[in-house]
Design a protein around this ligand. Structure first.
Ligand code: BTN
Length: 253
């Protein structure tokens, strides 16, 4: 059972998550908000997702007691989506840092010692050039459980690190509090996503394995640019700008 009172008392936002629904079982919280006549800032959380979706067409397994929610981003400008993607990663890392040593893996997966603890998916709907709707879905492995064989989210869990009470309602509210603060700061120019990257990144100045359509390459992570693209150096020292692709994983548990 999701304790709405705990969630609402921890929520300090003006725009994100105030309009909220908890649904016990859904196909995917992203789908609920993409389909419905949802409004900016509206959020939906669920215990069970029967068709939880991950990036690149993969599925997403939500373990019992873990967090799966989505929020309609108050964004109409497509060029903001990538920076918001990055800020969403910072928001989760910031919310979880009291419980575990969580870092960000580009663009916005969150990891604990290399094992994935959180994944995010932004779904968009365009009318011509106009961005009509953008829904950010966040799945966090809070509870320590056995992942089913082949689960895309197999990885780390906050519950394996933190022995105290871990309330998904509070974690969700804190993520939204952080995201709103970061987005407001970004809009006003106070938050520079490039300057924050070294503080949150799991791989800054480390060797990464980058999987792209063009193949797999070994690079050294150097940072991100203003649009959220990854800056990395090839083995010969040449700098590359990566705007799509995935960094390889070492699963933690
Ligand atoms: C990934 O890392 O592949 C992205 C995973 C995104 C999972 C979340 S859980 C809430 C929302 N609903 C979904 O169906 N997917 C996202």
């Amino acid at each position: 059972m999701f304790r709405e009172d705990l969630y609402l008392s921890a929520l300090k936002t003006k725009r994100l998550g105030g309009k909220f629904r908890w649904i016990k079982e859904v196909s995917s919280t992203n789908d609920v908000l993409m389909e419905a006549s949802s409004v900016f800032g509206e959020a939906v959380a669920a215990d069970i997702q029967t068709k939880g979706r991950g990036r690149s067409g993969r599925g997403w397994f939500t373990s019992r007691g873990s967090l799966a929610f989505s929020v309609v981003l108050p964004v109409t400008e497509p060029s903001i989506l990538m920076p918001v993607n990055i800020l969403a990663g910072y928001s989760v890392a910031e919310a979880l840092k009291a419980y575990a040593p969580v870092k960000v893996k580009w663009p916005n997966d969150c990891v604990i010692e290399g094992g994935k603890v959180c994944g995010m998916l932004i779904d968009t709907r365009f009318k011509g050039e106009r961005l009509e709707k953008a829904v950010l879905g966040i799945g966090v492995n809070l509870a320590a459980v056995e992942f089913p064989e082949g689960a895309a989210a197999k990885g780390a869990c906050v519950g394996s690190w933190y022995g105290g009470e871990l309330r998904r309602e509070t974690v969700m509210a804190e993520i939204l509090n952080n995201l709103e603060k970061f987005m407001d700061g970004f809009a006003s120019g106070e938050v520079d996503i490039r300057a924050l990257w070294p503080l949150y990144s799991a791989n800054i100045n480390r060797e990464i394995t980058m999987h792209r359509n063009s193949g797999v390459s070994k690079l050294t992570e150097k940072g991100i640019d203003i649009s959220g693209s990854l800056l990395a150096a090839g083995v010969d020292g040449t700098e590359e700008r990566v705007s799509s692709g995935e960094i390889g994983y070492d699963f933690g548990c």
